[in-house]
Design a protein around this ligand. Structure first.
Ligand SMILES: NC(=O)c1ccc[n+]([C@@H]2O[C@H](COP(=O)([O-])OP(=O)(O)OC[C@H]3O[C@@H](n4cnc5c(N)ncnc54)[C@H](OP(=O)(O)O)[C@@H]3O)[C@@H](O)[C@H]2O)c1
Length: 262
């Protein structure tokens, strides 16, 4: 692991030490936050692999990144399918893994069916475990340090109506990240959680058009939805050497939503 200098950095020093030239896997990169993270990290000199089930969408994003001078590779991947994860990622020792793929269903708990539960837990929780395990195994085999960031949600800590399975899956991600951080610190692998508040993307755009959502936004202390770029600083801290002593941590970026008045 790199030890950061305490001297005053030269003005030319890169603002995010230890990032340029690194490789990163981002799951769920065909839209929303994952697509944004891919573009943002590529802009910092990271070679990004953008993974999702919709290969055409990640391929188009990689073309965009290449046109802007970055390097990006598309990868078709279903994180809920352990065989697909093993086949696509086995033996690939990335420096950075952002476990961002996620799905939800908006329905009362009484109306969640077994298929909804399987899809949500297989993607949001088991998918994170599959990808983290296979990529960490490759890092260990290569004798390489790494940073794994698992994207959870403020719904992993507090609850709201109609997202019971999603909330439970994200609570699982927060605790899984701590458990993996404990086991993998000895291998130089850091595992942290990034928990966004409400950020407008495909996963929730329909919801945010509703009156109920407008009332919800008024309860966020900052009185606004987040933008994907609001997560840049937290993610960069976790994946760069500035976060070298952070593992098993959770960073919440939510405009104060978790501390809203009860
Ligand atoms: N937006 C928010 O307000 C918010 C807040 C807190 C947490 N989050 C979390 O942030 C992450 C990204 O969400 P988002 O808002 O960007 O949603 P989004 O736009 O719907 O993106 C979800 C991504 O996950 C991918 N995905 C879904 N199932 C997959 C699977 N089985 N295998 C591989 N990829 C899969 C989708 O791609 P394909 O369909 O092409 O596979 C898509 O790229 C999720 O984990 C979400 O829970 C979002």
């Amino acid at each position: 692991m790199t030890t950061l200098s305490t001297s005053i950095a030269s003005p030319e020093a890169p603002p995010w030490p230890g990032l340029s030239g690194k490789t990163a896997l981002i799951t769920g990169a065909s839209s929303g936050l994952g697509a944004h993270f891919g573009q943002m990290l590529a802009g910092k000199g990271v070679h990004v692999t953008l993974a999702a089930r919709r290969r055409d969408r990640v391929a188009a994003l990689c073309d965009d990144i290449a046109a802007q001078g970055g390097t990006a590779t598309p990868l078709q991947l279903d994180v809920s399918d352990p065989a697909s994860v093993e086949e696509a990622l086995g033996g690939h020792a990335f420096d950075i893994v952002v476990n961002n793929a996620g799905t939800t269903v908006s329905a009362a708990a009484l109306d969640h069916d077994a298929g909804d539960l399987d899809r949500i837990f297989d993607t949001n929780l088991k998918g994170v475990f599959h990808v983290a395990r296979v990529t960490a195994k490759a890092m260990v085999a290569a004798g390489k340090d790494g940073s794994i960031v698992n994207v959870a949600s403020i719904l992993g800590t507090r609850v709201a109506g109609h997202v019971s399975a999603y909330a439970a899956s994200k609570a699982g991600v927060i605790q899984l990240s701590r458990a993996l951080a404990l086991e993998w610190a000895r291998h130089g692998i850091r595992v942290n959680t990034l928990s966004p508040g409400y950020i407008e993307t495909d996963i929730n755009r329909e919801f945010f058009a509703s009156d109920a959502a407008q009332a919800l936004i008024r309860r966020v202390p900052q009185r606004r939805l987040g933008q994907p770029s609001d997560l840049d600083g937290p993610l960069l801290l976790l994946v760069s050497d500035l976060g070298a002593f952070m593992t098993g941590s959770e960073i919440v970026a939510d405009g104060g939503h978790l501390v809203s008045s009860l």
